[in-house]
Ligand binder design. Sequence first.
Ligand code: WQD
Length: 342
Amino acid sequence: MKILVTGGLGFIGSHVVVELLNTDYQVIILDNLSNSSINVLERIQVISNKKPVFEKLDLRDQQSVSDFFTRNHDIDGVIHFAASKAVGESVQNPLLYYENNVNSLVYLLKELQKLPKSNLIFSSSCTVYGQADELPITEISPVKPAESPYGNTKQIGEEIIADVCKVDPSLNAIALRYFNPIGAHDSGLIGELPLGTPQNLIPYITQTAIGLREQLSIFGDDYPTKDGTAVRDYIHVVDLAKAHVVALERLINQSAAINFETFNIGTGTGSSVLEVVHAFENASGISLNYKIVQRRDGDVTAAYADTTKANNVLGWKAQLTLKDALKSAWKWQQNVVDIKES
Ligand code: WQD
């Protein structure tokens, strides 16, 4: 079985490629290397002892996408990660996000429609729910007007795929709505490689712990939560990666048309920022330098998943703990300094 992974050298994509190779799939990676490094390819090979095919390709180039599928018409499934994902950047540069995240998806779908049958896993996000009215968040929790162009591209992406699946029975798709992916492969060879100043909590914590950042700023402690800091559902990226393989197999093995389904992929548990900070200190043995500052625009008070549907329909459940994820993130941070210097 041959699986195409777009954005397969990125943070989540690389971990999914490892799980696919470990499950004896053949993998073709397309990546434009705008937010990843070619070095990740060789580290995937070291981890899995297998060599995925890699092509540098920008999905915004419709002709290149079409040429790729002309050369590779025996693809059994596609996992689509390639997209820009920085919330703040999307507010400053919306057209970059609509071109990269939406145009690319349309060009990909146009090629999939030419195949006799195609199975698509779409990388979506809990950001589509905004601040949910009820917690935990289920897949039928209302999708709220997006708070950023990034979040809007995820909502639009799901709608486009659903519309195509409705009229094209040969296309079956699943959107996985990630909560907060964190951590790294336990080899310490792949993980999150934020370019510039990390926007996400965990990379900022680990960079502060290793001395690359002076101090962590905690954005607000006046939320109506257990300790005043915001609550999120932090899921180990390896658990998340395994969910992709299970979802793909649901599509490949199903005789009946799936059409389009969505699944929340989280742990089902909410953790506050301060709980994460203290858990990191316990996991690493390092006292973290932090201060409380004002809230960050666009942040929601709390978001954590009801994972019943993924548990029952996919037969998937997160196995790794917050501590596992934080330990792996710390190990990765200590390695990535060496890797960057290599
Ligand atoms: C988590 C918590 C911050 C940094 C984002 C995207 C979402 C998804 C996951 C792609 C919040 C607090 C953070 C810092 C802090 N990405 N924080 N100091 O915002 O929940 O979700 O990443 O799909 O779409 O929106 O994640 O890690 O940025 O923040 O206090 O330096 O940590 O306020 O409460 P977020 P995050």
